[in-house]
Design a protein. Structure first.
Length: 136
């Protein structure tokens, strides 16, 4: 089960890095930001565009750092690793993933525009599964 645990951690790390690349190299503001502005019957002023682009790139960098950290921490796990070594990847994921999930879901509820909170929820579930399996 050790191998499955590490594989799940690696999967979550790669998913996090993939999401990072979307914010670092993708179109900003994102289509869902644009849809929120369209539904609010307002034109997106240039300053809002600039703010969202700045925040999106910072989010991408934070996601990239988190994904790399999850990967590196998972790479340190051995079958006889202590609790703290096994929980490190999960802590990184919880620290970045929980607020992303909560606040992006809240944005979706308030605006009615589908937001990507489900991705972070799935990645958190994969991390937690990896952690649970590491004890089997």
């Amino acid at each position: 089960m050790y191998s499955l645990s590490v594989a799940l951690y690696y999967l979550a790390a790669l998913g996090t890095i993939f999401m990072a690349s979307r914010y670092l190299f993708g179109t900003l503001p994102t289509p869902y930001h644009q849809e929120i502005m369209r539904r609010s019957a307002g034109e997106m002023p240039q300053i809002v565009d600039t703010i969202l682009q700045s925040h999106g790139r910072a989010l991408g960098a934070a996601l990239l750092a988190s994904g790399v950290s999850i990967y590196l921490f998972a790479d340190m796990i051995q079958p006889d690793s202590s609790f703290i070594v096994r929980v490190r990847p999960v802590l990184v994921g919880l620290i970045i993933g929980t607020p992303i999930t909560v606040y992006t879901r809240r944005l979706e509820v308030q605006t009615g525009v589908t937001a990507p909170w489900r991705v972070s929820l799935v990645l958190l579930a994969v991390l937690l599964a990896g952690f649970a399996v590491s004890f089997l």
